[in-house]
Design a protein. Sequence first.
Length: 423
Amino acid sequence: MAYNCVVMQNEDPDGHCSRVVDRVSRFRMTGRGVWASVPDHDWNDWRWQLRHRITTLEALETLLKLTPEEREGLVLAGNNLALAITPYFFNLIDRDNPDCPIRRQVIPRVEETVTASWEMIDPCGEDAHMVAPGLVHRYPDRVLFLVTDRCASYCRYCTRSRVVSGAGEQHLHTDFSEAIQYIRKHTEVRDVLLSGGDPLLFSDDRLEHILSQLRAIPHVEFLRIGTRIPVFLPQRVTPELCAMLRKYHPLWMGIHTNHPKEATAEVREACGRLADAGIPLGNQTVLLRGVNDDAAVMKELMHKLLMMRVRPYYIYQCDLVKGTHHLRTSVRKGIEIIEALRGHTTGYAVPQYVIDTPGGGGKVPIGPEYVLAYDKQRVIIRNYEGKVFEYPEVSESRGAPTTPDKAVTEVKHGCARERCDRS
Ligand SMILES: *Cc1c(COP(=O)(O)O)cnc(C)c1O
Ligand code: SF4
């Protein structure tokens, strides 16, 4: 390979060969737009980005031409979930395209004021599983710790819009000492997931205070942080933050990206700093109409995530949150997307598609059916190309040897692949 790069080395200061340059060029730096005159040290300062967020209709209107649906949405919807967009993330919006997939995620629309009869304030029944203010214990061995109600920007489909942003009727009042006391007492809790809101909005010191208390609990094996900051505000992922986080290993992080446009050079570098600090990265994507309800878009996103050293973890069917009907797709579409990924691309690029059950039953995996028939003797399966195969089922009956019985042996000798190829 090195020989092929000689010519390119003269042209490319980093000495990458042409294929590498090609791959890297898919991650573009985000332009500065109207902030062109802002000095680098401000633009790259996460606190500057937060101070300059777009939070009002007036501010947004000076930056782009709103559609009537958006305008009305901004007037009405802000009573439930606030508007906030970091300048960095705003610049990913295609200002000439009212259907821009980035725009649909963060700019309210009037449809948010419409509630379908099956939509809920707390679609996943989190409040019912709250064991201390801010602590949700829904599964046997792990807890969800909601440490803040604030985010760098607000996603219009947020499953916790009832508490997130502080604009709605309900408020989150996390009781840190009660929550930590609960985890300390409950020795079955081996996994603590910090979320919110976005935990990375805390200062390094404040976050470290929480992490160190959790780490001091002997039965807590595994810490993880769910955050969209690397995507909304990659500037927050400073070397200092990474140096602090790495003291609390094993610590994993789940980020949240929905569209390949979000995978910029800035996000790639932020993920690189986290990965270099030994933090395994996962990603969750929410399936959204007009954003990523397309197999090619999803595949590109998954490929870009792998290049950023992020393992796709979940695709969520959009929760039944009040006012999100316009963003929801069919479950069939989700299954179709998984079907288009599995076998067709790298296994690491295939996340688990889940429905977080309405009312609070937890996440349930949903996917294409690969088992066509199944009895005591055999399993009939199909592959990603639709070819059919048989696999002998092993008898689980007590005391019996695990060798297949006669019927199964026959199946074994009749090679399914041969039969399949002939058909
Ligand atoms: C999603 C979730 C978790 C974590 O689930 P995993 O499938 O382990 O990632 C834990 N608690 C609650 C309440 C959740 O919603
Ligand atoms: S970053 Fe997460 S918690 Fe915050 S608004 Fe988006 S989905 Fe909700």
